[in-house]
Design a binder for this molecule. Sequence first.
Ligand code: NAI
Length: 490
Amino acid sequence: MTTRELTTVCVIGAGTMGRGIAQIALAAGHSVALVDPDSAQLHAAATDIGSRLARRHPDVAGRLGELLHTHTAVADAAVGPRTLVIEAVLESLAVKTDVLSSAAEHFGAQAILATNTSSLSVTEIAAGTPTPERVVGMHFFNPVPVMRLVEVVRGVQTDPDVADEVADLAVAWGKDVARVRSAPGFIVNRVARGFYGEALRLVEEQVTDPATIDAVVRGAGQFRMGPFELMDLIGNDVNAAVTRSVWTAFNFDPRFEPSRIQDELVAAGRYGRKRGQGFYSYAEGATPPRSTPVAPAGRPLQVVSGRGSSQLDSFLVRAGVEVEHDPQSEPGVVLLDDTVVRITRGRTAQEESAALGGAPVVLVDRVLSPDDASAVAVATSAGTGDTLGQLATILGDAGVSVHEVADAPGLVLARTLAVIINEAWETALHGVASPDDIDVAMQLGTNYPSGPFEWTRRWGQADVLELVDGLWSAYHDTRYRASRRLRLPT
Ligand code: NAI
């Protein structure tokens, strides 16, 4: 039986997700039964689907009366030779198992039962139905017609052929598929936790403020949005609930620990954009807080570059700075007069300075792509004098703004991405998904500029491990235990 023979699609739940799923199934040529006990919701969904299809698929919109059938009970839907059921009802184990069990009874043992759950266990949902081997996760992202990713999730009892069939079908609908074994948060909601969690910790520890973190993550990492802008857009209530659900499902592992400052914000009703106030204010006329970059302050007399700091050297080339080369110097170090400038490796500037017998040190955050970076975080040890202003002059000529933060290990982007990369390697180590599927999922599910395994290739596995181990030695918190796979040779 091929995917094309699964001609009838039954979508249960006519809310935000159900509408999007029904729309793309119709656009791909299926006839769709849409089920929801709320008839007003069904009516609104049909109108919505019709008007959205009219724009890009007028032929399908013209035949909607024939292709889309709405029902207030699944028992009223026509039974074809075999049906793909996709449920998008509210996020409740009891409701989902009930709905899928009724569908199994109505459509027969050949039906495939897909769940769009974002946080429940596919294994547990399947176990509550009469045909657990035919239950599979089909995790779409909102808005469904726009977001390309579908996580296809296998529960313990899912028949591999069923997962294959659903994956093929999603591809035929124009989606990219990441295959996942049922585990909390699947790929995206698990691996992305560090993006928010590290940013929240930096603010909680008063290393810097949300506006500076957002500016650095955008400018140093080419992310479309910084973590605080994104949390405000998603809704702090929703974001905190996902964190708490992943944390709980992982038996309160500190890697996923919720943030007290985000919980406080939620308690205050500051959910983000939808409430007019989150980390930032969205009130009429409110000016968004901006990070104040370090002001340029002259140039150093001498710039000496040692061996192999591709990031600092690339900044110096971009700035057109005349550099003396010293092959004897420590790798990855640039000297601005007597001050050592180096890229973070997970220690503080003060620790780096102590290791150099008290020489002044400016630490620079890592960037993802030195040729494209437009902002960077820095921290200083004691005694750096005017060097920060001089660095700001040089990097300003390279088009890179310099943002000073307090001296904490791993600065901003290096710390955040190292934690995300570590989680990605752990996810692969546990066989939840392959590195390629993880990279696809993170790019398409969260709009990251590239995926964590690609970041590892750019920064080097040993350097990422050094960053994670640096965080471990600073905190002695198992949140920062390096994945064993990160220690293994590739
Ligand atoms: P929604 O609240 O917009 O829609 C839920 C719909 O289910 C409502 O129309 C409701 O009347 C209907 N419903 C409730 N009980 C039902 C039943 N017994 N039988 C049939 N229909 C029933 O919710 P939304 O946002 O569409 O989410 C649906 C599912 O998709 C949830 O499991 C959610 O976790 C998941 N999801 C949501 C995403 C999002 O961004 N909104 C993203 C990915 C997954």
